[in-house]
Design a protein around this ligand. Structure first.
Ligand code: PMT
Length: 400
C-alpha cells in the first residue's frame, strides 16, 4: 500500500531560517499528496517568506500572532491545536528547538506545540557548528526522548559557506518522510460502524440514568479509522465533543435508539466496534410527567436493554466484531468471558477503576484479547491507542 497524506490535516510551523524560502513549495507538495495545510509562522520567519505566498498556496489564512483577536475569533489557538493531525516544523531553527525542549510558550507556534495532542515532527536547519553545539545536542536528545520525530538535517554546503550537517531536507524528502511516519490507509474501502459515548434511559421528562462515558475513546477510534481510509459510521450517545470527520454520524439517546441505528447500518459493514457504554437496564416505565416526591423511600424497577454487541456478533453475516469491556475488578477474566460468551472476534479490556484512564480521561490503557492471543497496549492518549487498536484489528481482519 503506498503512503499518502490523503485527508491528513497538517499544521506547518515555519521558523526564521533561510530554508523558509522553500516552504511555499513544501506546502504545494503536501497539498498535492492530499493533505489539508494550515500554516503558522514565527515573526522572524516572515523575514524569509511572505505569508501572502503561503496563504495563496495553502488556501488558508496564515497565522502568526497568539494575541490577535481577529485570528482567535476565526480559529482560536486551542482549536487550531486540536484541528491538526500532525504538526510539522520546517525549518526548525536552533532557537526554536531550544524553546520546544524547554516547553516555552511565548508565541503562537510554541504554544501550539504544547497545546496539541498530534504527533510533532521537526526538520532542523542551521549552521553546522550550531547543530553540533552541546546545547543543541542536549535539546535534540530531550525532544527525541519525548517522542518528537526528526527529519534530517542533510549534509552539504550551507548558506553561510560552511559545509556539514544542518541543511533542511528538500520539500519532496520531507513529504515522503511525513507520509511514511504517519498513519497508513490500511482500512481503505472498509466500512466500519463504531458506537461511542453513554446512553440515557429516561425515568421522566427531567431525569435519566446514565454513566460517565465522555465519548472520547469512541470518537478517537472514529477519527483514527477515518485517517486510515475507512468509511466510518459513528453512532453516539449524548456527548459534548466536536463531531469528527466521518461518513455518517448518528446522534442517539437510548440503548434502543443505538441498536436501531447500528442495525440500519450493519448489513454492508466490514467491522463493528462497540465502544459505547450502553446502559444494561432501562426503567420499566418512563412516565411523561415529572415524578413527584411522596414517600421517604422510592424504588424503581428496571428491565434489560438489548445487547447491541451480542446482536451484531450473532448476525448470519456478522462483520469482524470488536467489543470493549469496562471493568473495575478481574478485568482480564471478565473480558475473556465476554469474548467467548458474546462470540466476538476481539475485545479490548479497559480497567475503569483508575481515574486517569478509562472514563472521561484523555489517556487510556487497553489489554486486547482474541481467541488465541492477547497484547497489552500501554498507556497513551486515546488517539494513539485508537490507532494501535485499529492496526491490530486490521491485521486480524485480513488474516480471518
Ligand atoms: O467514553 P470515554 O469517557 O472515553 O470512556 C471510554 C470507555 C471506558 C467508555 C470505553 O473505553 C469502554 O470501555 N467502553 C465499553 C463500556 C461498557 O459498557 O463496557 P461493558 O463491559 O459494560 O460492555 C461490554 C461490551 O458490550 C461493550 O462493547 C459495550 O459497548 C457492549 N454493550 C453492552 C451493553 C449493551 N446493552 N449493549 C452493548 O453493546
Amino acid at each position: 500500500m503506498t503512503a499518502s497524506l490523503h485527508n491528513i490535516k497538517v499544521l506547518l510551523g515555519i521558523t526564521g531560517g533561510i530554508a523558509a524560502y522553500k516552504t511555499p513549495d513544501l506546502v504545494r507538495k503536501l497539498t498535492q499528496q492530499g493533505a489539508e495545510v494550515r500554516v503558522v509562522v514565527t515573526s522572524s520567519a516572515k523575514s524569509f517568506v511572505s505569508p501572502l505566498s503561503l496563504q495563496a498556496v495553502s488556501g488558508n489564512t496564515v497565522s502568526d500572532d497568539l494575541l490577535d483577536p481577529m485570528a482567535e475569533a476565526a480559529m482560536g489557538h486551542i482549536e487550531l491545536a486540536k484541528w491538526a493531525d500532525v504538526l510539522l516544523i520546517a525549518p526548525a531553527t536552533a532557537n526554536f528547538i531550544a524553546k520546544l525542549a524547554h516547553g516555552m510558550a511565548d508565541d503562537l507556534l510554541s504554544t501550539l506545540c504544547l497545546a496539541t495532542q498530534a504527533p510533532v515532527f521537526i526538520a532542523p536547519a542551521m549552521n553546522q557548528q550550531m547543530w553540533q553545539a552541546q546545547a543543541t545536542v542536549a535539546n535534540m536528545q530531550t525532544l527525541s526522548d519525548r517522542g518528537v520525530g526528526v527529519f534530517g538535517p542533510a549534509q552539504g554546503e550551507q548558506a553561510c559557506g560552511d559545509v556539514g550537517p544542518g541543511r533542511m531536507l528538500e520539500p519532496e524528502e520531507l513529504v515522503n518522510a511525513l507520509s511514511q511516519n504517519l498513519i497508513q490507509p490500511v482500512l481503505q474501502g472498509k466500512k466500519i460502524v463504531i458506537t461511542a459515548g453513554p446512553t440515557r434511559e429516561h425515568l421522566d421528562p427531567v431525569r435519566y440514568i446514565t454513566n460517565y462515558s465522555s465519548g472520547k475513546m469512541g470518537f478517537a477510534l472514529a477519527r483514527a479509522a477515518h485517517l486510515m481510509g475507512a468509511e466510518v459510521v459513528l453512532v453516539s450517545g449524548p456527548v459534548n465533543l466536536p463531531t469528527p470527520s466521518v461518513s455518517k454520524f448518528h446522534k442517539v439517546v437510548t440503548a434502543q435508539n443505538m441498536l436501531d441505528a447500528v442495525m440500519g447500518e450493519i448489513s454492508d459493514s466490514d467491522i463493528f466496534i462497540g465502544c459505547a457504554a450502553v446502559a444494561d437496564y432501562r426503567p420499566v416505565e418512563s412516565v411523561n410527567h415529572k415524578i413527584k416526591k411522596s414517600n421517604e423511600e422510592m424504588s424503581l424497577s428496571f428491565v434489560r436493554n438489548p445487547d447491541i454487541l451480542a446482536n451484531v456478533a450473532a448476525l448470519e453475516n456478522a462483520p469482524f466484531t470488536v467489543g470493549f469491556a469496562a471493568e473495575t475488578q478481574n478485568v482480564s477474566g471478565y473480558a475473556k468471558d465476554k469474548l467467548e460468551r458474546k462470540k466476538l472476534n476481539m475485545i479490548a479490556a479497559n480497567d475503569v477503576s483508575k481515574k486517569d484512564i478509562g472514563f472521561n480521561s484523555d489517556d487510556n490503557q487497553l489489554h486486547v484479547f482474541w481467541k488465541d492471543g492477547d497484547v497489552l497496549l500501554d498507556r497513551a492518549d486515546k488517539l494513539t491507542l485508537a490507532t494501535q487498536l485499529l492496526t491490530l484489528i486490521s491485521e486480524h481482519y485480513y488474516d480471518a
